[in-house]
Design a binder for this molecule. Structure first.
Ligand code: THU
Length: 161
């Protein structure tokens, strides 16, 4: 028997001023779009912006429903929309912001991590995840693998005998 410890890596920034101009703009645009969150049940507004290799940006916000499980998270709205409009583009960065503040940013739910992992595997290129919640510190992950260790992926089930 042995106990194994694994590490994850991410970068923490105190303020948006420490980021590149492009990242700052993506965050500001995502924050502006928080108003389009439809979240009458949780009152928890989430907004996501995806930047693509073709220089397009695609927005998403959380969309709730009276039948609660029928709603969808902001980042999945954004990524499904991006891949529906530009299926051959490479996803470079996924920005996720919330209106609510906390010391450290809220992190994406398990289902969103799984969905993002699918596209990272498909495009064979890392996807950056940039998180900010209100006036929280900012976290950047350089790959979905950092936020979803031990991910289930299609490689094994698609393997030919
Ligand atoms: N939500 C997101 O949009 N993204 C996440 O990663 C976590 C949760 C939304 C879903 C729901 O509308 C609200 O936040 C409260 O769970």
């Amino acid at each position: 028997m042995k106990k194994i410890t694994t590490n994850i890596t991410y970068t923490e920034f105190e303020s948006i001023d420490e980021l590149s101009n492009l990242d700052q703009k993506l965050i500001r645009d995502a924050e502006k779009n928080l108003k389009n969150s439809y979240s009458p049940y949780s009152l928890f507004k989430v907004s996501s912006v995806i930047s693509l290799s073709n220089s397009q940006v695609v927005f998403g916000t959380n969309q709730e429903n009276a039948a609660y499980p029928s709603g969808l998270c902001a980042e999945r709205v954004a990524v499904f929309s991006a891949m529906s409009s530009f299926p051959t583009s490479v996803i470079e960065t996924v920005v996720i912001v919330t209106e609510k503040s906390s010391k450290f940013p809220f992190t994406p739910c398990g289902s969103c991590r799984q969905v993002l992992m699918e596209y990272e595997n498909k495009q064979k290129k890392n996807i950056r995840v940039l998180l900010k919640s209100g006036d929280s510190k900012i976290w950047i992950f350089e790959s979905i693998k950092e936020i979803l260790p031990f991910a289930f992926d299609a490689e094994d089930i698609l393997k030919k005998e």
